[in-house]
Design a protein around this ligand. Structure first.
Ligand SMILES: *[C@@H]1O[C@H](CO)[C@@H](O)[C@H](O)[C@H]1NC(C)=O
Ligand SMILES: *[C@@H]1O[C@H](CO)[C@@H](O)[C@H](O)[C@H]1NC(C)=O
Length: 301
């Protein structure tokens, strides 16, 4: 007699579990619709700090022995954290040096890359640090920062805030550079910031020397639709209304597909075919939209 009871009990538990999953599945879109700011948090992921226990004041902890940490103030009372890595061949000279010395190196004969990172983490994220090392070993200065709301920077994130922080750092750099080229490198969500920034620079008649887009996407709606997080909801009726309209309601657009039509400097697009977060076809679409030859070889960079 016990066996059928047990089986019934298991079936009952299973039913209850499925019911719970269903409730959660249905609640998430409803909660997001009612509270669209959650969706903004999911786009920016600025609260995700990987690695968590990293002291951004000490880039040397990340193996960067020729990097200086400092703070700039794009708006009164709003400080953002910046790292300046000098070309690797200067590493010995850089030992024990402070801000003034780092500042003076901008007049040396080396081009500068302004790096705009993607969502989640900070300027000290490991994959980012690896790239600073590669670029600095190729003889570039690398300047990177945490947008307002990220890392140890003040404020809270927004697309407009990210773009104006990037513009502020760009102008700050431009004042320090004589004739050395200044390139802008955006990665992932940072490509959206980069095209916003470069569009503004082109509109005001002072384009940068080149724009590098690593894993770009066309616009945030298309990216959110293709993101692995959206997998379980993509075919839910009203997906756009529940999820994508909530993003748009936060004034988040990152419309690189529109921006590139206003960009007059050379553009280089880098995209891995097996990119699992920003699908390759979105990068390809950005390239097609630019209607330009998006190719730059190493020597011309
Ligand atoms: C400092 O960094 C440079 C460039 O990455 C590297 O070649 C060098 O070995 C490092 N020196 C020390 C003492 O870690
Ligand atoms: C690479 O760039 C240089 C300098 O702009 C140019 O002269 C050369 O033809 C380019 N090479 C290729 C393969 O495009």
């Amino acid at each position: 007699m016990g066996k059928p009871f047990r089986r019934l009990g298991l079936a009952g538990k299973l039913k209850r579990l499925l019911l719970w999953i269903l409730v959660v599945y249905i609640s998430i879109p409803l909660i997001i619709k009612l509270c669209p700011s959650i969706q903004a948090k999911l786009v920016f992921l600025n609260f995700v700090r990987i690695p968590y226990f990293i002291d951004l004041k000490h880039p040397s902890d990340q193996g960067l022995n020729h990097t200086c940490n400092f703070y700039l103030e794009p708006e009164v009372g709003l400080k953002i954290g910046v790292w300046h890595t000098v070309p690797a061949q200067m590493w010995k000279e850089a030992q024990g040096k402070e801000g003034n010395w780092y500042d003076s190196t901008f007049s040396s004969n080396h081009p500068v890359i302004l790096y705009l990172h993607g969502n989640a983490g900070t300027r000290g994220g490991d994959h980012r640090v690896q790239l600073y090392k590669v670029l600095s070993s190729l003889g570039y200065h690398v300047v990177t920062f945490d947008y307002r709301g990220w890392g140890d920077s003040d404020g809270s994130p927004s697309e407009e805030g990210m773009t104006s922080d990037a513009l502020f750092i760009y102008d700050w750099l431009k004042q320090r550079l004589d004739k050395m080229p200044l390139f802008i490198w955006g990665h992932s969500l940072g490509t959206g910031v980069a095209t916003n920034l470069v569009r503004r620079l082109c509109d005001r008649g002072s384009p940068p020397d080149a724009l590098i887009l690593e894993s770009p996407f066309t616009n945030i709606r298309e990216e959110a639709k293709s993101h692995p997080f959206s997998m379980v909801y993509r075919y839910l009726p009203g997906f756009d209304w529940f999820f994508l309209d909530a993003i748009t309601a936060n004034n988040i657009r990152f419309a690189s597909d529109e921006n590139v039509n206003h960009i007059s400097c050379p553009v280089l697009i880098l995209h891995a075919e097996d990119d699992g977060v920003v699908p390759f076809h979105l990068g390809k679409k950005v390239q097609i939209t630019t209607k330009k030859q998006c190719f730059m070889n190493h020597s011309s960079l």
